[in-house]
Design a protein around this ligand. Sequence first.
Ligand code: E4P
Length: 220
Amino acid sequence: MKFFIDTANIEQIKEAQSLGILDGVTTNPSLVAKEGIVGREALLKHYVKICNIVDGDVSAEVIATDFNGMIKEAEELSALHPNIVIKVPIIKEGLKAIKYLSDMGIKTNCTLVFSPGQAILAAKAGATYLSPFIGRLDDIASDGVDLIRKIVSIYGYYGFQTEVLAASIRSTQHIIQCAEAGADVVTSPLDSILGLLKHPLTDLGLQKFLSDYNSTVGKK
Ligand code: E4P
């Protein structure tokens, strides 16, 4: 199972990288906007900065919604660094772009996925990653984790190579549920990743070990 961090924040990416468990980064235009990046040139530099921190796939999203525009952007983005993965929305033009890029050997991340049908099309087109947005489904009283389960099972039947990248993670519990559902990758905010470390019995146990040590072996 791969762990990606879902942010464009350099400090958070560095912190996740320092844990030694980070396999990649996902960004989107909203995450990039939060970092106060102004202008295309600054954005491209920001992507390179991220690629220089993490030795793994870094998703950068296209803004164009037509095939030619998407391919032009994809070429610009993939020239930045070998780890760049082109994030493309699952719309008709996006599907064509994924097929084209996959034939060219360029990695893609098919985004804004909310149904098994979209997942099948993306896999047929040769997407490297598929990003079902589970939190946004939960937000509308649907079941995001169930979508992961369905897609993993469909991909299993047919041997599709596309990796299921659970996105729109809202909690630590989501990470566990996606792992149980068989997601290949989970992309999460830093807090949700750090939440995996937490257990009150770990804290209590450590406290006791330290106080026992200090009252005996460590006594001065
Ligand atoms: C990542 O690839 C997605 O763009 C992201 O997880 C969406 O998350 P959100 O639903 O919290 O905006």
